[in-house]
Design a protein around this ligand. Structure first.
Ligand SMILES: [Zn+2]
Length: 329
């Protein structure tokens, strides 16, 4: 089988990418994902700093656009739905929330967001909130309210994502033993020392829950700030050596250009969410990102590094399909 045949026939699951959080953004841009061979992409519809009167119109617009562009997009979140979308040549899309602040402190909001299309959530975005710790803040435990939210996440069949979450809070969530967790976009700290990246305790803990660590293509979190494909492959190698190919996945965390659409609230303090003392300059601007067009290089690179076909299929998407099947059928 040629690299291209393997790439085309495998289910390719991008566990997290971003479009501008603006209802006027045209999701036709996601054609780039499909052309690069992606079969599923989880797109962000809000973070802890985005108010509900921004998040809800974004969700409404994206749902409407996915329906209108049924020629190439399909809302899909079960393993069967994603496979069907691939057979029909469509890109499967579901939503994720980066942080639990939009839940307004109410566990029942998890189910409401599920009904709106959110299938993956983390509790905190970089900073601590009433649910637990963010990765660039004081390392605090999961709170009592956070525990109730985590229970609601599993009850709803949403993926419990620990990206951007504080170290102690992430271990507390895993210790609850409710099921598999996912790091939808994070890399090993051993490869690139950044508090957004993962310690070996987090990596091994995730695997013990039956979960998946999806490497991210953000240059800041790779050994290569230019976000070239070999650096992504190095992260995959590290994870496979530690926890095996059955616990490794892929996300690009690519951010589609906004074309002038403003998607951060006017009063947001970028230095709070992306602290200069952690090495950020002007928030996340200027950080290089791996592009959807690099996806075929990942498949080629895995083959060149000696991975077997079955292992590659797992890493590209079958591991996430299995995880979803266990969580929600
Ligand atoms: Zn993120």
């Amino acid at each position: 089988m040629t690299p291209a045949e393997l790439h085309d026939s495998a289910i390719l699951w991008d566990a997290h990418s971003c479009v501008p959080l603006h209802p006027d953004f045209d999701l036709a841009a996601l054609e780039r994902h499909r052309r690069a061979g992606a079969d599923f992409v989880s797109i962000n519809v809000g973070m802890d700093m985005n108010p509900l009167d921004q998040i809800l119109p974004v969700i409404a617009s994206f749902r409407e656009q996915i329906e209108r562009r049924s020629d190439f997009l399909r809302f899909a979140s079960t393993a069967g739905e994603v496979r069907r979308a691939k057979r029909e040549g469509k890109l499967a899309v579901a939503f994720d929330l980066e942080g639990g602040v939009p839940l307004c402190g109410r566990p029942e909001m998890v189910r409401l967001f599920f009904d709106l299309g959110v299938r993956q959530i983390h509790l905190a975005y970089n900073r601590n909130n009433e649910l637990g710790g963010g990765c660039y803040d004081e390392d605090v435990p999961l709170t009592a309210l956070g525990r109730r939210i985590v229970e609601a996440v599993y009850r709803a069949g949403m993926l419990m994502d620990l990206s951007h979450t504080g170290h102690r809070t992430s271990l507390d969530i895993m210790a609850m033993g409710l099921g598999p967790v996912v790091f939808s976009h994070a890399n090993p700290r051993a490869i690139r020392d950044d508090r957004r990246n993962l310690t070996e305790a987090q990596i091994e803990g995730c695997a013990r829950t039956g979960g998946v660590v999806c490497v991210t293509g953000v240059g800041r979190f790779l050994a290569d700030p230019e976000a070239r494909s070999p650096a992504i492959l190095d992260c995959i190698d590290h994870l496979v050596a530690r926890i095996g190919p059955e616990h490794v996945g892929i996300s690009l965390d690519y951010e589609y250009p906004g074309g002038g659409l403003r998607d951060l609230p006017e009063d947001v303090d970028r230095t709070y969410w992306w602290p200069p003392e952690e090495g950020y300059r002007d928030g996340i601007s200027g950080i290089r990102l791996a592009t959807p067009e690099q996806l075929p290089e990942i498949t080629e690179g895995l083959l060149a590094r000696g991975y077997g076909e079955a292992e590659i299929r797992r890493i590209l998407g079958e591991n996430m399909l299995d995880l979803v099947r266990r969580i929600r059928g």
